[in-house]
Ligand binder design. Sequence first.
Ligand code: ASP
Length: 621
Amino acid sequence: MASDEAAKLKAFVGSIIILWLTKREILFRTHSSTDLTVRSVGSMVTLAGWVHRRRDHGGLIFIDLRDRDGLVQVVFDPRVSAEGHGAAATLRNEYVIQVWGQIGRRPAGTENPRLHTGEIELIGQGCRILNASRTPPFYINEDVEVEEALRLKYRYLDLRRQRMKENVILRHQTVKCLRDFLNARGFLEIETPILIKSTPEGARDFLVPSRLHGGKFYALPQSPQQMKQLLMVAGLERYYQMARCFRDEDLRADRQPEFTQLDLEMSFVGQEDVLGLMEDMFICLAETVKPSMKLLKPIPRLTYDEAVARYGTDKPDVRFGMELRDLTGIVAGSNFGVFRNAIRGGGKVRGICASGCGSYTRGQLDDLIELTKGYGAKGLVALALMAGPVGLAVDPASSAAAKFIGLEEVRAMAALFGAREGDLLLIVADQATVVDRALDQLRREMGRRLGLIDPSVLAVVFVVDFPLFEWNEEEKRWDAKHHPFTAPKEEHIHLLDSAPGSVKSWAYDVVCNGYEISSGSIRIHQRELQEKIFGLLGYSRERVQTLFGHLLEALEYGAPPHGGIAPGIDRMVMILAGEENIREVIPFPKNQSGYDLLFDAPSDVSVEQLDELHIVAKKEG
Ligand code: ASP
C-alpha cells in the first residue's frame, strides 16, 4: 500500500513539474506518439506536432495531433479547461502546436483499432501555437491524387503525407539493413570522390568546370567503378558505400540524373561468390524490411540468351508466364507478306498467347496495336482462336491477316503455345531486337490487364552469361555490354578477334519484378587483356593512355582477381514500397525533364561566376 501511495505521489509531483516546464516554455514534449499506449492512462504528458485534423463536435473540439511517428487524438472540453478549449478553437490544419494534459481511455465504442494510440486520448488542459501555417496547396491528411509538379514544388509538404513518410522510412530501413549485413561480413565502408575525371562508361558525364585549372573540367562519377577497383589493388579486399552516381541521360520512370547505388567490390572472388552474397543479402533485406512480401527462394538463374528467348528482355518479370515463342520456323513458308518479308530481311516472327482474350473487341485490339507500334514495331498481328469446322481456326474478325494464314500454321502455332479456343495470339514480325522489345512490353501490359501479377511477390532472378560486346549499329562498332572492365569468360578469349559478338562475359544482373536492380561483373585484372579490350572497343593507344593510364598502371602492381556489383537503392526501395516511379522514394527528386521544381535548378549564374570559371555561356534559343 505504502509503495502505491509513493508511486502516486511521484506521478503527481512529476505532473506538476511537467506542467511547470511546459508553461515556462522549457520543455517541448515529454512523449512522442509511439510512446503512448493504454499503459499511459493517467499520465500527464506534453506533446508537440502538427494539427492533422480538427473537428468541432458541439462543445468538444477534437484535434488529431501528428508527429513523425503517428497520431494522437486530443480532446478539448471547456469543462476541463476553458482556456485550452479557447486556444483549440483557433487551430487550423498544419499549425504546429504544443498540447498538454492527462491521458485518458477513449469512451467505449469510440476506439480506433487502426491507430497505435487508438484506445487513448489526451484530455487537453492547454495548448500553445508554436507556429501557424498557411492553408497547404493540397491535402496532407488525405491520400488523394495531386499533380506531381505541385508535389515537387512543395516537396516539404508532400513528405508530410503518410505514404511519402513511409517511403522515406522504408528507404532508411533498407539502407540500414544493407549496411548491417555488409558490416557483419567484413566489408569496409569507404567514400570515394565526387569530383573525378571524365572517362567514358556508357552514359554522358555531368561536367564541373575548374576555376583553378582554366578550361579544364572534372566529371561527376557515373559510378565509382575505377575507384573501387583501385581499392582492391590497394588490398582493402571488401568495400562498399552508398554511392551517389550521376548520368546525364534521358529520364524515365526508373531513372534520375543522380541516383544511389550500394556499390561494392570484393577481392579473390568469382561470380558464384558475388551472387551467393547477393542471394543472402536480398533474402535478409526482404525478411527484415518487408516480411509481408514473398521472395521466391532459391533465387533462380537465367542465362542472358534464355531470358531474351523466353521473355524478349534481359529484365524479365517472372511473376507470371505468358512466355514468348518463336514462330519463325512455322511461318517460314507463309503466304502472309508481313511474315515473309520480315523473315527474308533476316528478322523473326515471335508471339505471346493471351489466354481467354479471344473475344477482345476491335477497340481493345487497336489499343494493343498502338502500344506495340509505340515500341517501334511496324504492327501487331492478333489472331483470336475459335473452333473451326475441323479443329482450331482463326476468327476472321480479329485480323485481316487471318485469310492468309493456313490452318496448318494456325494449329502448329497453337500447339507451340498450348493455346485453346478463346485464346488470343499476339504476333510481331520484324528484326529480332524490335520484336523482342515490343513483345516484352506487350507481355507486361497483358500481365497487368489480366491481373496475373501478384504484387506481394518479389521475383528476383540472376541473369548471367551476358555477351561481352554489343554491336552499335549507328556508329558501326562494338560497345561494352556492361562496361569495359568486365572480364570475358576464359574459354571465349580466343574468340575476341574472330567473333567478338559471341564472346560471353562474367557479367551478371539482378532483376526483380521486371526491373534491373543491380549489375556487376568479375573484372579484368591483367593489363594486357584490359588493353586488348580497349583496342577492340575502338580506343586508340593515346586515348587509352589519357583516359585509363592510371588504371592500367595499377593493374601492373599486383592487382588481385576481383569483382563486384552495384544494387540500385532507389529501384529496390521503389519495388519494396510498391511504387512505380523512383521519384516516389527519393526525397528531393528532379522531374521528368531533370528539373528541380523546388529550387528551380538548373538556373542562371552570374557573369562573374562564369568569368571565374573561364566560361562563356551560349544562350539557348
Ligand atoms: N559500376 C557498375 C554500374 O554502375 C556496377 C558494377 O559493375 O559493379 O553499373
